[in-house]
Design a protein around this ligand. Sequence first.
Ligand code: HEC
Length: 428
Amino acid sequence: MRQTICSTRFWWNGSLILLRVGGTLAVAGSAAAQTADVTFARDVAPILQQKCEACHRTGQMAPMSLTTYAEVRPWARAIRSKVAAGDMPPWHMDKTTGIQQFVNDISLSTDQRDTILRWVDAGAPLGNRADLPPAMAWPEGERWRVGDLLGREPDLLVSSTPWTQPAEGQDQWWQPVVDSGNTEDRWIKAVEVRPTLEGRRIVHHGNSALAEFAVGKAGEIYPADTGRLFEAGETVSFDIHYHSVGEEITDYLTIGVWFYPKDVVPKYAVRHSAMGVFQAMDTFDLPPHTLTTHQAFVPLEKPTRILSYQPHMHVRGKAMSMEAIYPDGRIEMLSHVDHFNFNWHVNYVYADDVAPLLPAGTMIKLTAWHDNTAGNRANPDPTQWVGWGQRSYDDMYHAHVRFIELTEDDYVTMVREREQASITEGDQ
Ligand code: HEC
């Protein structure tokens, strides 16, 4: 603990003013007063292992490895700014509103975040080497993470046409359409996408009509009795974002597909909608030097359970929220991605017991914010008038939403089960 000889603080026009008379400046009870204790070895290394190494280690897509003190120390300042801004780990959800439990949450807890910031502020000390956790044992070679969870290899593999990304050059969006080789109608239980080992360094993310690849993501396993029909002869279209890393690399993505047994037809079919896209095409307009808000409304004709939410915008996109307007007029914030980043297409997959359960007649309200000013560092040209379009310097907005439609009876049962579960929790 640092000692304060004399420090006084008071509020003036909403800002904190510190007066210091001699001695070391310290603010009682604030982060600065607690920094001395935080060390890399004991406090920070375990967090980086758990939350950063999946991408920040040799051979993965992040630009630098963060597995040892020697590797991390030169990046301390950059880590502080990315962590403080909520840019890293890439999880861009507003944590102060809406649903907060997701099956694929890779974000830092408030404690973890504060620990990292306090450590950098204290001069990023190593501490006692004896406190270092053992190095992580990352799986070698290619593994299907869904396969590990389900205990078996995929039933079908579908690969994209290879792409060679030059050593230097612009980012590429590669969109091959391939034959799936699927010969009969089957219901999908789970999917996972992975690039080649080499390719992991150049793939930012890849979407396909079936599944999506994002580092840190263990594929998708649908909930019980829920699946997606994969028809015989169906083609698969990919949309892959490649970036250059100073060396020519050739890559393709492979989708692993796990089916339900042949005689099983799951009760619920997973549906996908690019919600808001038609309203956006009609009304989208981004004048130069302005911040804009656009809204789209999508009625749900049947009771619906939403499985996942993935906002989509281009370089001027800043934030997108999804609210439910219930038939009785009540409005609920479901999710708000408040610091959207076009480089990251994060799909937020709701945990089973909090996934939105919405009655027929609910209106989904999407609100998208775009920043076409010079204040947006991702903006290539704030003097341009931007319209809806596919190129990344045009812009757009919609939300990829996966959902299942329910019968009235199922809806009532599910709502009752949740109420029951929350009463039971309250009892404990
Ligand atoms: C899902 C993969 C992933 C995870 C998890 C992740 N990063 Fe990153 N990180 C990246 C990629 C890719 C980049 C480069 C592109 C970008 O900045 O978006 C990056 C960039 C960075 C940068 C900026 C580097 C520069 O060149 O200025 C910092 C700092 C950083 N990450 C720190 C962290 C820390 C600290 C964590 C954990 C708390 C973390 N990242 C977790 C993938 C990841």
